[in-house]
Ligand binder design. Structure first.
Ligand SMILES: CSC[C@@H](O)[C@@H](O)C(=O)COP(=O)(O)O
Length: 371
């Protein structure tokens, strides 16, 4: 993705070959700042505080975190300790566990003095794979956008609603839900995006930032507006991302996704989820009962974050002092509401046990052990 004409990934190895650098997402969309992370504690804090965020990017960051940890101490004990520290940063996105399991499986079986090099190489492989996967997701999603546009009476524009940020910023490059949108835009389709604000953390601001940087027409809307737009035929399809998708196709994603899926179903608007296969957790079935939902500080709800007239970033309180605030960060959309399907790097599948069985049939999904 280009920012002011310069190509960036969201994470990369520093020139010292040891630390990593990330785009600090707590400063966006107001300031574009790079943050260097040199210790495993810094990496863990960056995930927890959402300096990096989005399920695929969290996984990649954790893999680099393990590499940084190996630099200090490549013992089995430190692998276990680092695994625990990183895994406990955020509970919902399964990509975190997936990446860490892959690191452990590969590191524990090799001689200790090879672990540093292997850990960095592995983190880079995971990062590169993420870029490839997201690009392929984009091309499958593009075909779906073209198909829906073809069926439309007014072919001059296609309106897509998205929730949270499942774009370039949530991955290493391209994004999941936004990848088909970038490809449609590049293919010359007149795509317009309704961007849900996504309170309380306002990830819609991140989506607006990256769509704007790429020249994709978009309109940011309050979270309550989507249903109204759908009732008036102003949304042709919805595409969102996911933090964890179950073996039967339930989708856990940013809080508010479920309500959008309900509104979409009521208005016959196809609802798609774009996901890399590492976001699928085949060990869970019933997403509502089985997926741990992160609860974050109530201050994220009681306050809004923005830039003031002095160009300073600050939090502003919007509720009576002492008000109890709930902050559930994710919700689960049952498979039957995902009427468009699951857009993966293997193609588009029905959100159901059958669909996920078809997805896995005869395939070797991204290995946990790289051999
Ligand atoms: C490709 S990102 C998919 C999801 O991780 C995304 O939709 C999301 O919910 C991100 O949540 P966040 O709390 O900002 O990390």
């Amino acid at each position: 993705m280009k920012i002011n004409g310069k190509y960036y990934r969201t994470i990369w190895l520093s020139n010292d070959g040891r630390s990593i650098e990330i785009i600090d997402q707590t400063k966006l969309p107001f300031k574009f700042e790079i943050l260097r992370l040199s210790t495993i504690e810094e990496v863990a804090n960056a995930i927890k505080n959402m300096n990096v965020r989005g399920a695929p990017l969290i996984g990649v960051t954790a893999a680099y975190g393990m590499a940084i940890a190996m630099h200090t101490d490549y013992s089995d004990r430190n692998i276990d300790k680092s695994y625990k520290l990183l895994l406990n940063t955020r509970p919902t996105a399964i990509n975190l566990k997936w990446a860490l399991d892959r690191c452990v499986a590969n590191l524990k079986v090799i001689p200790k003095d090879q672990r540093v090099n292997k850990a960095y190489a592995l983190a880079e492989i995971i990062a590169n794979e993420d870029v490839e996967i997201c690009q392929v997701i984009g091309s499958y999603g593009l075909k779906e956008i073209e198909r829906i546009l073809e069926k439309k009476q007014d072919k001059s524009i296609i309106n897509i609603l998205t929730h949270c940020n499942a774009g370039w910023l949530a991955t290493v490059d391209w994004g999941t839900a936004l990848s088909p949108i970038y490809m449609a835009h590049e293919a010359g389709i007149n795509v317009h995006v309704w961007v849900d604000e996504t309170r309380p953390r306002n990830q819609g601001g991140l989506t607006a930032f990256e769509l704007g940087a790429h020249g994709v027409p978009h309109t940011l809307i309050a979270d309550n507006i989507g249903g109204h737009l759908m009732q008036h035929g102003l949304v042709d399809l919805c595409i969102v991302g996911t933090d964890r998708t179950t073996a039967r196709g339930d989708v856990c994603n940013k809080i508010g996704t479920y309500l959008k899926a309900l509104a979409a179903k009521d208005n016959n608007v196809p609802f798609y989820v774009a996901l890399p296969s590492p976001s699928i957790d085949f060990t869970v079935h019933n997403g509502i009962k089985e997926i741990p939902i992160e609860e974050r500080s109530g201050e994220e709800q009681s306050h809004v974050y923005g830039i003031d007239k002095n160009n300073e970033l600050s939090w502003v309180n919007t509720v009576p002092k002492g008000t109890e605030c709930g902050n559930y960060a994710f919700d689960v959309t049952p498979a039957e509401l995902i009427t468009g399907g699951l857009i993966t790097e293997y193609g588009i599948y029905e959100a159901s046990e059958r669909g996920l069985n078809q997805l896995t049939a005869g395939k070797k999904l991204k290995a946990v052990h790289d051999g």
